[in-house]
Write a protein that binds this ligand. Structure first.
Ligand code: TYM
Length: 336
């Protein structure tokens, strides 16, 4: 859907499950931050998704506002985009139900993330985890988003969203825009610093593998200098045979907004891994220290953060009401 001002709608979300790391920053936030000027941007915190895994309520509550502060610090200016909380807008779970009734259960059981996460939880895996992609489809289709910036790990969820939208349109007539994924050329998959074959993740037991945007300069330097590298000292990009060095090159390219080829051309003269790590650490520190300062400035301003969410909620609710009314009409509900 294009808005009245003729701009395309970009929407994306993140689970407020704790601190934001450079994977999320480089894989997602950086990309949408660049789009603020040219698109109608909606950004939300997926707190309903966050309860699909065991969680502590008080932590979720605290993390939610903290995440708002972190995203604003990363450059999501609330004057230029809408920031809202999924659970505060009526419509996400309503649409999820309708879409769930059109989604074959086998499609959900085949989702990689469902299989991985249910392995971790075992027997007690909840049905919310199975329904996770349907809620994600509802998040996107509720606002008729044209473009959805995501990291590589969410591609499959975007594919199923497109399938569901097409099935609805085919069954009940043209209703939803079929959204496109926007996956950046660099930074779409930042790997763990301690195991470059696994994605960087805040749930990693080894916290030296993750750089958070709130980490102090000396912590960032220690984590990057301690990154696992590969045998040989050559600086080339080869994610199969040299995953450690390739990950560092990818981080450097994404953080300095260069292509991987340009990063390699700039750094290949270095004769060992230590100066490469120092260069990467300097670049990460330069980028993150400004974000951290902004974060510290607003993190305790509860009133401001709540006011940002409230402004976002009002706008999101207006759009959600319109879409729910349309969907209910099409499927034969009497509506209000
Ligand atoms: P979440 O909270 O796990 O991650 C948020 C975004 O960060 C990206 N990301 C990464 N990118 C590169 N390297 C990494 N190591 C890395 N780790 C995370 C993710 O791909 C994601 O784009 N289900 C979503 C939240 C969601 C959503 C939506 C997103 C719910 N509804 C609708 C878009 C549209 C999630 O759990 O993201």
């Amino acid at each position: 859907m294009t808005t009245m001002e003729g701009r395309k709608v970009i929407l994306t979300g993140m689970q407020p499950t704790g601190k934001l790391h450079i994977g999320g920053l480089l894989g997602a936030v950086n990309n949408w931050q660049r789009m603020l000027k040219n698109y109608d941007c909606l950004f939300f915190l997926a707190d309903q998704h966050a309860i699909t895994m065991p969680h502590v309520p008080a932590e979720l509550r605290k993390n939610t506002l903290d995440c708002v502060a972190q995203y604003i610090a990363c450059g999501l200016d609330p004057r230029e985009c809408k920031i809202f909380l999924q659970s505060q807008v009526i419509g996400h779970t309503e649409l999820m139900w309708v879409l769930g009734c059109l989604t074959p259960i086998g499609h959900l059981e085949r989702m990689t993330q469902f299989k991985d996460k249910s392995k971790k939880v075992g027997e007690s895996v909840c049905s919310g985890l199975l329904f996770y992609p349907v809620l994600m489809a509802a998040d996107i289709l509720l606002y008729n988003a044209d473009l959805v910036p995501i990291g590589d790990d969410q591609r499959q969820h975007l594919e199923i969203t497109r399938d569901i939208a097409q099935r609805f349109n085919g069954t009940f007539s043209e209703t939803f825009v079929i959204p496109e994924a926007y996956v950046g050329k660099v930074g779409a998959r930042i790997m763990s610093l301690q195991n470059p074959l696994a994605k960087m993740s805040k749930s990693d037991a080894n916290q030296n593998s993750v750089v958070y945007i709130t980490d102090a300069d000396d912590v960032i330097r220690r984590k990057i200098m301690g990154a696992v590298t590969d045998s040989g000292g050559e600086i080339i990009f080869d994610s199969v045979n040299k995953p450690g060095i390739s990950n560092l090159l990818n981080i450097y390219a994404a953080i300095t907004e260069k292509t991987v080829d340009d990063a390699v051309a700039e750094l290949c003269h270095l004769t060992s891994y230590a100066p490469l790590k120092r260069t990467v650490a300097d670049a990460v520190i330069a980028k993150i220290s400004t974000i951290r300062e902004k974060y510290l400035e607003i993190a305790d301003d509860r009133e401001y953060l709540l006011s940002v969410l409230e402004a976002g909620r009002i706008e999101a609710q207006k759009r959600a009401n319109r879409m729910i009314a349309k969907v209910y009409r099409k499927i034969g509900f009497l509506g209000n």
